[in-house]
Structures are given as C-alpha cells and as structure tokens.
Design a protein around this ligand. Structure first.
Ligand SMILES: *Cc1c(COP(=O)(O)O)cnc(C)c1O
Length: 362
C-alpha cells in the first residue's frame, strides 16, 4: 500500500530517512528471525547486543574516534546531561566555562548553578538575542572544561569552527548537528546529543566520553547519574531504550552505506541550506534572523514582513504538505529544520512554495 508522506520540517522529533522507516517496518514483526519484535526481545539477548555494539562501532567510525572514547546510550535526553556533566566532571570549588549562545546553553548554565557549581560565562551573544556566534572569549585560568552548544536549534546559529581551548577539555551539546559534517571529534572531552534531531527517535541521548574524563567522576553519586556506571556496563546497567538504540543503529548504517559518510553528508547539507539562504537573500520578503557568518545549516530561522503573514505562511505551507515551519514559541517567526534526513527535494519544494507565497502576498 502506498502511504502518503509529507515534508517534515519539525525541529525534533524530526524527519527520519524513509529507507530506515521501511527497514523498521519490514522486520518489525520478527527481528532477525527471532519471531519477536525488537520491542519485545531481551536487552541482554545476543540479537540486541549486536545492534548496540554495531551502533557504537558505526558512531566511532563516522566520527573517527579511537579507543580512548566511550559511546553511551542514556535516558533523560540532552537535558539530563546539563546536570550530569557538572555532577561528574566539575569538582566543587573548580570553575567551568560556558559559552552562552541561546536557550539550550542558558539551560545548561542554569543546571550547573543549581548544583552550586562555579560557572564562568566566557562569552555570550545575548546582547543581540543570540543572532551570532561569539568570536572573543575570556576563558578562566584553570577551567575544568569549556562548554559550548555547537548548533543553536532555536536561534538558528551554528559554530563553523570551534574555539581553541588549549589544554582545557571542550564539551559540546551537539543535539541538533551531530553527524551533519566532519569535525575533529577527538579534540572533545565529551560530546552529547539527544537522538531525536539528527540520529533517531526520542528516548535516547548519545554521550561520547574520553577516557581521561572518567577520572573526575566522584564516588558519592547515585549509580544512575554516574558516567562510570554506564561505561562499565556498556549502557546496559538497567534496561536501555532498545527501540531508540536500534533506530539510531539503522540511521548510522544509512549514513555510512547510503549517504557515504560525513563529508558527503556535509556537501548535501550545504547544498540544502544554500538553496534556502540564497533564495531569501535575493529579495527582502523573507529575512534570515541569524548573522550571515553564524547561520545554521540545520535550522534555518527567518521572519516575514509581519506576524500576520508568518501565521498565514505556516498555515498555507501545511496545506501544501510542508509541516513544522513555525518558529519556537520563545522567538516567533518561522524555522525550517533541515536535518540530515530531509531530502534535497523537500527543500526545493519549500523554496518554490516560498516563491509563490511571496508573489501572492506582497
Ligand atoms: C533539543 C535540544 C536539547 C534538549 O534535548 P532533550 O533531549 O529534549 O533533553 C538540548 N540541546 C539542544 C541543542 C537541542 O537542540
């Protein structure tokens, strides 16, 4: 049966590769000949452990990570990492540097402070409503780490290159752009990402930790909140979100085998974002909200001449099978989230819709 699919520009949960959805469907009733669904089998079965381990191998291969790195699948989303990072990696009395580039960075800072930790904001773009990525930083002398948010899902900005922090380990929330481009992942002490933007469904957060960071983990933390509990048990200390991990595995397989790796992925992502930004620049009807040198390849945020037209734009787009274009409730406007799995044809369709909407509403 032919199922009707539309173009999904939602920020997260977000579009997944159609071939992955088909693969899930085809083996959903009986996973690898077990006669049981992936949602029914034991997380301690060989069939599931193979999935988990293959997902780890693929993530490490895609990011060129060596043996020093652990890949964990945790629950509680990226939001729990805002607390787990300072709990595990920032000793009382030590200072951590945070760069504040928007809503999620602000939340990460807030959680560290709730724990009574010392936080130094080394740079912020709050003065212009987070429309840019700062270029000047004031790092503390002995910072335990520098925390950044590589892509600001809500504000539509993205780091094009990462700051040099010398010996201070860098930690990044990469929820909305992990696997969208090659980068030097080995230079990070910790990378984390909620899966539901660029890696799979909601319910699992990928945490990548460099071995040396584990020395910092204090003994007096609850087991579930301790990174070492999860590294020592290969993310199987308790029942993990099996279905989410399985889907992440399939998406990683798609990235490697269908797309051909992160270089290819980046080429395609640049092409997609370029189509949108170039089109908007040609006129003055649509206005990109982020500074040109800070624009995101993943979340394209823009305004129309007034709020009335923005509402109409989102509603008419939806009628034309282009869903999820409303900006985040905290900033308004419009946003097209064009993650890895958004096909080029989706962006081309959006641009031609924008063109005709503009003609009819000038
Ligand atoms: C969506 C998002 C989060 C929150 O993720 P949850 O998995 O819902 O906790 C954090 N950081 C960034 C950059 C995000 O895009």
């Amino acid at each position: 049966m032919q199922v009707k699919r539309i173009y999904n520009f939602n920020p997260g949960p977000a579009v997944l590769p159609e071939s992955v959805l088909q693969e899930i469907q085809s083996e959903f009733m009986s996973f690898k000949g077990t006669g049981m669904s992936i949602t029914e089998i034991s997380h301690r079965s060989k069939a599931f452990e193979d999935v988990l381990n293959d997902a780890i191998v693929r993530i490490k291969r895609l990011l060129k990570l060596d043996d020093r790195f652990h890949v964990l699948f945790l629950q509680g989303g990226a939001s729990l990492q805002f607390s787990m990072i300072p709990m595990n990696l920032l000793a009382d009395g030590q200072t951590a540097d945070y760069i504040n580039t928007g809503t999620w960075a602000t939340k990460a800072i807030k959680e560290a402070k709730i724990l009574g930790k010392k936080v130094h904001v080394a740079a912020s773009s709050e003065d212009r409503n987070f429309a840019y990525i700062p270029k000047q930083f004031q790092f503390s002398q002995d910072a335990a780490y520098v925390h950044i948010t590589s892509n600001n899902t809500i504000k539509g900005t993205q780091w094009s290159s990462f700051p040099n922090t010398g010996n201070i380990p860098m930690i990044s929330d990469m929820s909305s752009d992990i696997m969208s481009r090659p980068f030097n992942a080995s230079s990070f002490g910790c990378i984390y990402a909620g899966a539901q933007k660029n890696m799979g469904p909601a319910g699992v957060c990928i945490v990548i930790l460099r071995e040396d960071m584990l020395k910092r983990v204090p003994t007096n933390l609850p087991s579930m909140l301790k990174y070492t509990t999860h590294t020592e048990n290969n993310s199987l200390y308790n029942t993990p979100p099996c279905f989410s991990i399985y889907t992440v595995y399939l998406v990683m397989k798609w990235l490697e085998e269908t797309i051909g790796g992160l270089e290819k992925m980046e080429e395609l992502n640049q092409k997609k974002a370029g189509l949108l930004y170039d089109f908007m620049e040609k006129g003055d009807f649509y206005r990109s909200t982020a500074d040109k040198d800070s624009r995101s390849l993943m979340n394209v945020t823009f305004r129309l001449p007034n709020e009335e037209l923005e509402k109409k734009f989102v509603a008419e787009a939806k009628k034309n099978d282009l869903d999820g274009l409303k900006g985040h409730r905290s900033v308004g406007g419009c946003r097209a989230s064009i993650y890895n799995a958004m096909p080029l044809a989706g962006v081309e369709t959006l641009v031609s819709f924008m063109e005709s909407f503009q003609k009819q509403n000038r």
